[in-house]
Design a protein around this ligand. Structure first.
Ligand code: PEP
Ligand code: MG
Length: 550
């Protein structure tokens, strides 16, 4: 048995056999053609077939994932009819005297590269779409049917990557999970997979996908991103139980939607959701979260090949705030470093990167990068209810400096006549022991605390969160963490500010009652855990004991 970890896109579990997704060979040769009119006719014919195929895909996707998500195929139809795209192809055929498939390949390369080079994230995404529509025409020109991927049995599809049309063309009833080597959580493919309710893991790594064979047994845990290849009997048994429990739970939890997050004694609790990007918003709304308690913005940086510009960031933050229609959205500033690295950032190699120049330390060292993000955040603040949160705080000085830079940014915007909201709340993460110990002082500077238990555990217990060998040393050692959270909660309330938890422990319902008794006001969890936490919160009775946890 081998275990691999990728990024879980849709939280559910699947056990099954692997089918390696093989793409038809669409490579084309350049052929000299004197009869250019005939080639243009071949192109037109292939394009018309493509439009018919896309109409069918639109119908299929509308039924399976809803009209909003199906719109991508309408966009593809529009792109096929785009005059610049068509003229480019005619021109290549006419001036170079080449075959239609070669001209389409050239158009595909040209437009996809042009889209990628723009500063606009929305256009960059179109690069995949242009390749998708061009491949569709080429397949039609060379007579390959890419429409239906038929699988005789229920399978786990493993691919290097999937385009949106490949994803929706999968026979949904026979696909129990999707695993890809690459892919980003913001891609249309990931959205579609999520909305098709198919357990999905992305970013599992190229070498693994290359080694897979059809028919191998595997387990996909879309909650944790864990992928087990050739699992042993014990692991299968455990997962069969986990899967059964998961399915029963899912049905049962639907009843929790629309209900209040209120304890038996009437205390209201915020149950928010954590997101990594815009595409998690659907899941946030579907699971009826009261707001967003943590937007991990570093994924915006990790998925780019250069620092995202102020404009690019503004588009994303604005979309998130608008989609939440006035509900609170806490956006965390860049938490880069340690396990989150990207080549272009040029971080120096560090002996202990988790203790290195990460998060707020990186931002205070690279003020301009920090200021670009803060400008985008303040500009977005007029589109909803924004909270800005600083990660990895370990001293008063860091908070003071970060607040100074916020003031500087606001002054600049004011001088430039750019609007921002005066009601942006500022918070810090309590994820170092130092922050918890100093929480009495830190609370004086900010509007809220949010406890990052993932790092708080790692730094308090000296257990590397990336190292599976030390997991067992964490599980029984929560007392120190609970004391630090309790101390922070008391200090937050003494200073009249609220405190939430946004690390993974917030979703661990073994602790929900304990957290509420400590006075935790907000729990922010992965979207698929919102209803489960709500259910547990509604069973807690805090009468007489609220805020007196001992
Ligand atoms: C945490 O440390 O608990 C946290 C929420 O931040 P991240 O997991 O992104 O480090
Ligand atoms: Mg953290």
């Amino acid at each position: 048995m081998q275990k691999y970890i990728g990024k879980g896109v849709y939280g559910a579990i699947a056990i099954g056999r692997i089918a390696v997704f093989k793409r038809e060979d669409l490579s084309v040769e350049k052929v000299c053609c004197e009869d250019t009119d005939a080639e243009i006719k071949r192109f037109e014919n292939a394009k018309n077939i493509a439009i018919e195929q896309l109409k069918e895909l639109y119908e299929k996707a509308s039924k399976e994932v809803g009209e909003v998500n199906a719109q991508i195929f309408e966009v593809h139809m529009m792109m096929l009819n785009d005059s610049k795209y068509n003229e480019f192809i005619y021109n290549i055929i006419n001036t170079k005297n080449v075959n239609a498939e070669y001209a389409v390949t050239e158009a595909s390369d040209y437009f996809s590269e042009t889209f990628l080079e723009t500063d606009d994230v929305n256009l960059q995404v179109r690069s995949v779409d242009i390749k998708d529509i061009s491949n569709r025409i080429i397949a039609n020109l060379i007579g390959i049917n890419t429409e239906k991927k038929h699988f005789d049995d229920k399978v786990i599809i493993c691919a290097d990557d999937l385009t949106p049309s490949e994803t929706v063309s999968l026979e949904k009833d026979n696909v129990v999970a999707i695993v890809t080597a690459h892919g980003s959580i913001n891609s249309h493919t990931a959205i579609l997979a999520k909305n098709m309710n198919i357990p999905t893991i992305i970013g599992i790594g190229n070498c693994l996908i290359n080694e897979l064979r059809d028919g191998q047994t595997a387990i996909v845990d879309g909650y944790t991103g864990e992928f087990y290849l050739d699992p042993n009997e014990q692991t299968i048994e455990n997962y069969v139980l986990k899967q059964k429990k998961d399915e029963d739970n899912r049905k049962h939890l639907k009843n929790m939607s629309g209900r209040e997050n209120v304890t038996i004694d009437g205390t209201k609790i915020n149950i928010y959701a954590n997101i990594d990007g815009i595409d998690n918003i659907n899941a946030v709304l579907e699971n009826d979260a009261g707001g967003i308690g943590l937007f991990r913005t570093e994924f915006l940086y990790l998925e780019n090949s250069d620092f995202p510009t102020e404009e690019q960031q503004l588009v994303v933050y604005r979309k998130v705030l608008e989609s939440m229609s006035g509900k609170k959205v806490i956006i965390r500033t860049l938490d880069i470093g340690s396990d989150k690295q990207a080549d272009y950032i040029g971080l120096n190699e560090e002996e202990n990167p988790a203790l290195g120049l990460r998060a707020i330390r990186f931002c205070l060292t690279h003020r301009e990068i920090f200021k670009t993000q803060l400008r985008a955040l303040y500009r977005a603040s007029v589109f909803g209810k924004l909270g800005i949160m600083f990660p990895m705080i370990s001293s008063e000085g860091e908070v003071i400096k970060a607040l100074e830079i916020c003031d500087e940014v606001k002054n600049e915007l004011k001088n430039e006549g750019i609007k921002y909201s005066d009601n942006v709340e500022i918070g810090i993460m309590i994820e170092t022991p130092a922050a918890a110990i100093l929480s009495d002082r830190l609370a004086r500077y900010v509007d809220f605390f949010s406890v990052g238990t993932n790092d708080l555990i790692q730094y308090t217990l000296a257990c590397d969160r990336q190292n599976p060998n030390v997991e067992k040393f964490i599980d029984t050692q929560y007392e120190a963490i609970l004391r630090l959270i309790k101390m922070s909660a008391e200090n937050a309330h003494k200073n009249g500010i609220i405190i939430g938890i946004c690390g993974e422990l917030a979703a661990d319902t073994r602790f929900t009652e304990t957290f509420l008794k400590m006075g935790i006001d907000e729990l922010s969890v992965a979207p698929s855990f919102v209803l489960k936490v709500r259910e547990v919160v509604r069973k807690v009775d805090l009468v007489d004991i609220r805020r007196t946890y001992d």
